[in-house]
Write a protein that binds this ligand. Structure first.
Ligand SMILES: [Zn+2]
Length: 413
């Protein structure tokens, strides 16, 4: 059989996904396996045992990231790595993260079945606490790995019961010896359910991911004057909500002005005193702006600031807007995007480009090594929910794309 005819075993991938989903299974068909709990340990142990059965050697770093290695002909080459995470949300599903890890494992199992050697080593990774549900920040393992924040910061993070990441890593036996970031990565691929509705809506099987949206978050406060809704004529009011709604509408206008990836959202609003017959004296609200390039996101940033200033001048009300969070857009490496595109075309799957609106470990690996992602549809675009679902044939297709993208890359390094 020629390498081009190679296919993964979709049934085996599916049954491994279902077996891992038993650990922390919820009554509604989801999974609750929070980072660094006993259940997380059980899940980790199971995946590691599968890795060992597939002949891989296992390394754990100081933040509990796990790397499972299949040797290549040239062990001096950095590995072609793929993975994701196996921790879940409290009411999470079976596929988010788990699919990326088990798809990478299935690639190795397939190479073993067919006795295929690669030039570069192949590695399967899972990163600690991607979800950020029990401990913040999110994407903790990959974040420490790429130096976004320190090991000490991560170790000190506490859950609601006051237990720290450092203690819990130690307790479950996954505080390894390797210094995070010292583990070489040649190229990194991550397969993931889309977590959005675009692929399903367009009836496509594979999402080629050119990058991840950057985001800017703001807190905005409009200060007016509380007064009685009856005696105060319209022209003599300082209505904070009336002024705030103009800004909220502009947030949406800005999102619409920069398609196809512009996003503008006001998701949180507080009105004071929030009383039926009082003119609102203060309104606090959030602004979330996103786009795919730094230039566009910066333009959107300038526009909202200018609009707020103009609104303040026109209304005479004091308005403060403060940027509280910023993640730059993350374009994936052209070689990785090309490898995914080529593998998809060779396999004959329907495909389209889908920019990721959610964060993934691949955002952080991209700071250290060429990285790329492969999306497959999930039912109704729903994730972070126990009803999260995906079709076996779509999961198999994404895994086949991963196999061929990794193979092509491993021979090229
Ligand atoms: Zn995920």
């Amino acid at each position: 059989m020629s390498a081009a005819d190679l296919r993964i075993n979709g049934d085996r991938l599916w049954s491994s996904l279902m077996e891992l989903a038993q650990i922390g299974a919820t009554a509604k068909g989801g999974v609750k396996r929070l980072a660094l709990t006993d259940l997380d340990k059980q899940g980790r142990d199971l995946v590691v045992s599968w890795g060992k059965q597939a002949g891989m050697s296992v390394t754990v770093d100081q933040i509990g990231n796990v790397f499972m290695r299949r040797a290549g002909r040239n062990s001096a080459l950095p590995p072609v790595m793929s993975g994701s995470h196996i921790d879940t949300q409290p009411t999470g599903g079976k596929f988010d993260g788990n699919y990326g890890v088990l798809a990478a494992l299935e690639v190795v199992r397939t190479l073993n079945d067919h006795h295929i050697e690669t030039e570069a080593p192949i590695e399967v990774a899972f990163w600690t606490n991607e979800e950020g549900s029990r401990f913040v920040p999110v994407m903790m393992g990959s974040g420490v790995f790429c130096g976004a924040f320190t090991l000490e910061t991560a170790y000190a993070a506490k859950d609601t019961e006051g237990k720290t990441v450092g203690e819990e890593l130690e307790r479950i036996g996954y505080k390894g010896a390797e210094i995070p970031g010292q583990h070489p990565i040649g190229v990194y691929f991550e397969t993931h359910i889309e977590q959005g509705p675009v692929l399903e809506d367009a009836d496509k099987v594979i999402g080629v991911v050119p990058g991840v949206l950057g985001l800017s978050w703001y807190d905005c406060v409009v200060t007016g004057m509380e007064a009685h809704a009856g005696p105060t004529p319209m022209g003599l009011r300082k209505d904070a909500l009336q002024v705030a709604t103009g800004i909220m509408q502009e947030v949406v206008n800005i999102g619409n002005r920069y398609p196809p990836y512009g996003r503008g959202t006001v998701g949180m609003v507080q009105v004071f005193p929030n009383s039926r017959n009082v003119i609102p004296g203060e309104v606090k609200f959030s602004i979330d702006l996103r786009n795919v390039s730094s230039e566009l996101l910066d333009t959107m940033h300038q526009e909202i600031l200018a609009f707020v200033e103009q609104t303040s001048n026109n209304s005479g009300l004091q308005i403060s807007v403060e940027r509280v969070s910023y993640y730059p857009p993350c374009p994936f490496h052209p070689d990785c995007v090309e490898a995914v595109r080529n593998a998809t075309a060779a396999l004959g799957y329907s495909a389209m480009d889908v920019v990721s609106g959610a964060g993934h470990d691949a955002i952080y690996t991209a700071r250290l090594a060429p990285s790329g992602m492969i999306f497959v549809p999930c039912k109704d675009g729903i994730s972070h929910n126990e009803i999260e679902d995906a079709k076996p044939e779509h999961l198999a297709a994404g895994c086949n794309v991963l196999l061929h993208a990794m193979l092509a890359t491993a021979q090229r390094l």
